[in-house]
Every structure is written in C-alpha cells, then in structure tokens.
Design a protein around this ligand. Structure first.
Ligand SMILES: O=c1ccn([C@H]2C[C@H](O)[C@@H](COP(=O)(O)OP(=O)(O)OP(=O)(O)O)O2)c(=O)[nH]1
Ligand SMILES: [Mg+2]
Length: 147
C-alpha cells in the first residue's frame, strides 16, 4: 500500500521511516518552539495525507525524546481520521518538571503509524452477554502495588 502524502512545506524533507520495516514514519516540526515545564504547544508537521478508508493514522511520541527530555504528546496517540486532508498537527507537552525543551524547525518530533481499523455500525441492545469479568475493572483482578 502506498500512502499519498502532500508536502505543504516544501523546504522540509519528505517524512520517512528511519529504517526499513520501522512502524513509525518520523514527522518534522515546521516551527521552533520553547516548552517550559508542564506546557504544551500545537506544532505543524507540514504534511497532509490521504489515508485509505478502513485505516487510521496514529501519532505517537518518539521514545528517545521522551526518555532524554520528557517530551510527549497530550493526546497520545493522536487520531488521524481517514477522511482528514488538513495538515497533521501535534500537541506537544513537556513532562519534565524542571527543564524547558527547545524544538527547532526540522526536528523530528513525533511518528505516524498507519493501522487497519474496524468500522462497526452500532447496534443498541437492552443487555450484554455474561462474561467471567463482568463489570469488574480498574484493578478488580488485584495484583497491583499498594498505594
Ligand atoms: O494529533 C492529532 C490528532 C488529530 N489531528 C487532526 C486529524 C483528525 O482527523 C482531526 C480530528 O481529530 P480528533 O477526532 O481526535 O479531534 P476532535 O476533537 O474529535 O475533533 P473533530 O471534531 O474535528 O473530530 O484532527 C491532527 O492533526 N493531529
Ligand atoms: Mg473527532
């Protein structure tokens, strides 16, 4: 499958996988940004894509920047709907409690994954079938550390 991509910012390289077989296509920031601790900022990536119907684009943080600097994405993973044709933007956040993060135009700040997605219609019913879990959630199975 080829993914159609438009470079809205022609002075940035075409996004690419760092290695063949990598899940993520690295996305560039179109702007400089300075993120103080705890602050967030929406940055452009300079690209628009046409995802095939039945797929979704997921915008994930990059591990290196997360571990080194505390850079993450507020709504991770971001959801790119198949019908979206606008510029992909990323809502970056600095999770480091003390140090600011400096982003330069052209930095690879996030990665795009493309996955198949089910698109079920919704069928309203009065009751759901029984399962062994039932309505138990939020740690109901135990085994977690004491808080
Ligand atoms: O990290 C992201 C997440 C979303 N989008 C774009 C593509 C996506 O298709 C659209 C809407 O995203 P979402 O459905 O998550 O946001 P919403 O708040 O529900 O907005 P909408 O009412 O437009 O669906 O915004 C991005 O560019 N980057
Ligand atoms: Mg939405």
């Amino acid at each position: 499958m080829a993914l159609r991509i438009v470079r809205l910012d022609k002075d940035l390289p075409l996004p690419a996988r760092a290695h063949p077989g990598d899940a993520g296509v690295d996305l560039y920031s179109t702007t400089d940004a300075q993120l103080r601790p705890g602050r967030r900022q929406l940055v452009g990536t300079g690209v628009a894509i046409a995802l095939p119907h039945g797929t979704v684009g997921l915008i994930h943080p990059r591990s290196g920047l997360a571990a080194r600097a505390g850079l993450s994405i507020v709504n991770t993973p971001g959801t790119i709907d198949a019908g979206y044709r606008g510029e992909i933007k990323v809502c970056l956040i600095n999770l480091d409690p003390e140090e600011p993060i400096l982003i330069k135009r052209g930095d690879r700040i996030a990665q795009l994954l493309v996955q198949r997605v089910e698109l079920p219609s919704l069928e309203e019913v009065d009751e759901l079938d029984d399962t062994s879990r039932g309505a138990g959630g939020y740690g109901s199975s135990g085994g977690h550390a004491a808080l």
